[in-house]
Design a protein around this ligand. Structure first.
Ligand SMILES: [Cu+2]
Length: 358
């Protein structure tokens, strides 16, 4: 009897004190089963649903007479393929980007062509045989339109030159100011001429436009020459004072060069994008200094680097000094030999000198 009772208790304990760990593991399975059951039930409902519509059968849509419905088109599908190609290209990178972009552009062009064709067909259908001829010879009476003018275009170019001048400073800025001022003066001249015509109209009762301008070719040419010259001077390709500057500042040190005595401190002045001396001499393996005075306008920076005689291999590198400032460069000693000292910003003859180390 006891054994029977015990077996009943064991059986009940399975239900009363369940093994939660095992049951929780069954939860996803249970949910999946429920989902499958729900789908099965839904599919069955659809399969067995009878006709539920009581209204009359749906009519085939017919657009009202004035409305045009575009026909079916593959363009959106093709454009989607093109977009996918572009994104694929972006993922793969390299030439695939170009290929993807090409596919997309072609797809959009196709879409555009289709739309234009559609539009033209529609307008052709809607257009009456003859259009009413409404051709105005000019503006309505009482309205005066000024004639065409190149001033806004030229003004934009002048402003661009001025902005470039603000960025690069110095001579480019001067050129920008000159070009813009010339533009604005020309604009004022035009405005004055128009005003004169308006005053004249008080007498005659009719406003005449100032003569139609031709292409301002001479202005463009002059402005281009001024701007290019300024850029060349600014970059040091052309010395601002021409040949006489080279003769004055370049000739004198050259003639006194043989008399240069070795020293451990030197002073070099930079002016007009040129060094004032082109020969210095220092003792071998001895530190030396160069006091560098940049007398060019602010924004025109120079430095004094030391390079091997090939003018390319850097031996000692220095920071730049801004125009209007001066500084002292300290150099570590160099082995005996011939070097050049050079401005790395303007590696031109006027900013290159010989450094003899003895
Ligand atoms: Cu320089």
């Amino acid at each position: 009897m006891d054994a029977l009772w015990q077996s009943i208790l064991d059986l009940l304990s399975q239900v009363v004190i369940p093994d939660w760990g095992k049951l929780i593991k069954l939860l996803p399975l249970g949910l999946a089963g429920l989902t499958v059951l729900w789908f099965a039930w839904t599919i069955r409902r659809f399969a067995t649903a009878g006709p539920t519509r009581r209204a009359p059968a749906r009519l085939t849509p017919i657009a009202p007479p004035d409305l045009h419905m575009p026909g079916p088109s593959y363009a959106p599908l093709i454009a989607a393929v093109g977009t996918a190609a572009l994104f694929g290209g972006l993922v793969i990178g390299g030439p695939a980007v170009l290929a993807g972009a090409t596919v997309l552009v072609l797809a959009l062009l196709y879409w555009g062509a289709e739309a234009i064709r559609d539009f033209e067909r529609m307008t052709r259908a809607a257009r009456p045989e003859t259009l009413p001829a409404v051709v105005h010879a000019g503006p309505p009476p009482g309205v005066h339109l000024p004639g065409p003018s190149f001033r806004p275009l030229v003004g934009a170019i002048g402003t661009t030159a001025l902005m470039a001048g603000l960025v690069f400073g110095g001579w480019v800025l001067a050129a920008g100011v000159v070009i813009l001022v010339a533009t604005l003066v020309g604009w004022l001249v035009d405005a004055r001429a128009e005003y004169t015509k308006t005053v004249e109209a008080d007498r005659t009762g009719h406003v005449e436009n100032i003569p139609e301008p031709g292409w301002p070719r001479r202005f463009f040419q002059t402005a281009a020459v001024i701007f290019v010259l300024a850029v060349l001077i600014q970059t040091g390709v052309i010395p601002p004072r021409g040949g006489d500057a080279e003769g004055a500042s370049g000739g004198a040190p050259a003639s006194s060069a043989p008399g240069v005595a070795p020293a451990t401190s030197w002073t070099i002045v930079a002016k007009g994008i040129a060094f004032d001396r082109r020969e210095i001499e220092v003792p071998a393996d001895t530190p030396f200094t160069i006091t560098f005075d940049n007398q060019d306008p602010s924004g025109v920076v120079h430095d004094v680097d030391i390079r091997q005689a090939d003018k390319t291999t850097v031996a000692r590198n220095q920071e730049v000094v801004n125009g209007g400032a001066s500084g002292t460069y300290a150099y570590e000693g160099l082995p005996a030999g011939t070097y050049v000292f050079i401005c790395s910003i303007h590696p031109i003859p006027q900013m290159t000198g010989t450094l003899t180390v003895k």
